[in-house]
Write a protein that binds this ligand. Structure first.
Ligand code: CAA
Ligand code: NAD
Length: 295
């Protein structure tokens, strides 16, 4: 290749500045691990308050790591220096990669991707942290479907080693390779899966959580008993209902709906109790109440 082409190729593949859209529990974790790995990170949320909360959470976790001597104070400072915040999506204009982590809703995600397509530079990769929604459909909301990909982190992001990487129908090999390589730089393990409802992680996990909710709904056992069975009997680190509260019951319901609609199979029907809790605003840990109460 000519110098010009090489330069263009290098620019295409070199990721330095990352925008993370959504500063909730996933977005803040993703921003943290990217900044820790040396990337410049712009955190974006439509709510100023969410940005402040997300940043405070990062600062708290890093300070704890310094106290436990797992990180030096200067690395902590340098990581915080690499993080900035904005409510303006147009500031994606100098980013090489955007990772979207807003609510699990196709219409909202499409709006974000269409807007990003106009703001982000042509070479930028647009990734979604969606738990279950079709990457191919999100990609079709842009004019760069070959640069759209699923980059599915697990919660809590700083702790969990997996990133499920989902190729949409039109995702290019270069895009896949860039995200695969970046995942390794984040000290995480990439696993490639195809674009199918719930991918692998939530196709396997979420029906278990939904079934656990059915056992409560049918009066088989109370939430604590269900969780004890799975923790003490199956060595799960958290019982399924504690995990559902941790993930967010709104997110769990959205994923079950994607599975139900995507496969057209009644075995994926969301438990009515899950639906009712979400209707009540009982979204789990983040709202203070779910299957358990939080302070
Ligand atoms: N954020 C960041 N770090 C956290 C954390 C959080 N919310 N919770 C715990 N940690 C860190 C702690 O600081 C601690 O770090 P150090 O070892 O460096 O001190 C470490 O994790 C262990 O924490 P604890 O000893 O307090 O607690 P634990 O041993 O019970 O582990 C856990 C906590 C890792 C969350 C564990 O309970 C666990 O693995 N739970 C299951 C998590 C899981 O299944 N995640 C996947 C959810 S599904 C998903 O993400 C996909 C989707 O699309 C829905
Ligand atoms: P959350 O509710 O904690 O945070 C979502 C954030 O997005 C909020 O701060 C909200 O203000 C912001 N937001 C909403 N619309 C926006 C917009 N148009 N522009 C900018 N910001 C906007 O949710 P979460 O648990 O962090 O989940 C985010 C995404 O990550 C979802 O797609 C979810 O399925 C996925 N995910 C969640 C988990 C989990 O365990 N919670 C795990 C993996 C993936």
């Amino acid at each position: 290749p000519s110098n010009n082409e090489r330069e263009k190729g290098d620019k295409n593949m070199s990721i330095q500045t990352v925008m993370v859209i959504g500063a909730g529990q996933m977005g803040a974790g993703i921003a943290q691990v990217c900044a820790q790995a040396g990337y410049n990170v712009k955190m974006n949320d439509r709510e100023e308050e969410a940005l402040q909360k997300g940043k405070a959470g990062i600062e708290k976790r890093l300070t704890k790591a310094v106290e436990k001597e797992k990180m030096t104070a200067s690395d902590c400072d340098a990581t915080m220096q690499r993080l900035s915040m904005t409510t303006n999506l147009a500031e994606a204009n100098d980013c090489d990669l955007v990772i979207e982590a807003v609510v699990e809703n196709m219409d909202v995600k499409k709006q974000v991707f269409t807007a990003l397509d106009t703001h982000a530079p042509k070479h930028a990769i647009l990734a979604s942290n969606t738990s279950s929604l079709p990457i191919t459909e999100i990609a079709a909301a842009t004019n760069r479907p070959e640069r759209v990909i699923g980059m599915h982190f697990m919660n809590p992001v700083p702790v969990m080693k997996l990133v499920e990487i989902i190729r949409g129908l039109q995702t290019s090999h270069e895009t896949y390779q860039a995200i695969h390589d970046m995942t390794l730089k984040l000290a995480k393990t990439p696993v490639e899966v195809r674009d199918f409802p719930g991918f692998v992680s939530n196709r396997v996990l979420m029906p278990m959580i939904n079934e656990a909710i059915y056992t409560v709904y049918e009066g088989v056992a109370n939430p604590q008993a269900v969780d004890d069975v799975m923790k003490l009997g199956m060595n799960h680190p958290m019982g399924p209902l504690t995990l559902a509260d941790f993930i967010g019951l709104d997110t769990c319901l959205s994923i079950m709906e994607v599975l139900h609609e995507g496969f057209g199979d009644s075995k994926y029907r969301p438990c009515p109790l899950l639906r009712q809790y979400v209707q009540a605003g009982w979204l789990g840990k983040k709202s203070g109440r779910g299957f358990y109460q939080y302070e």
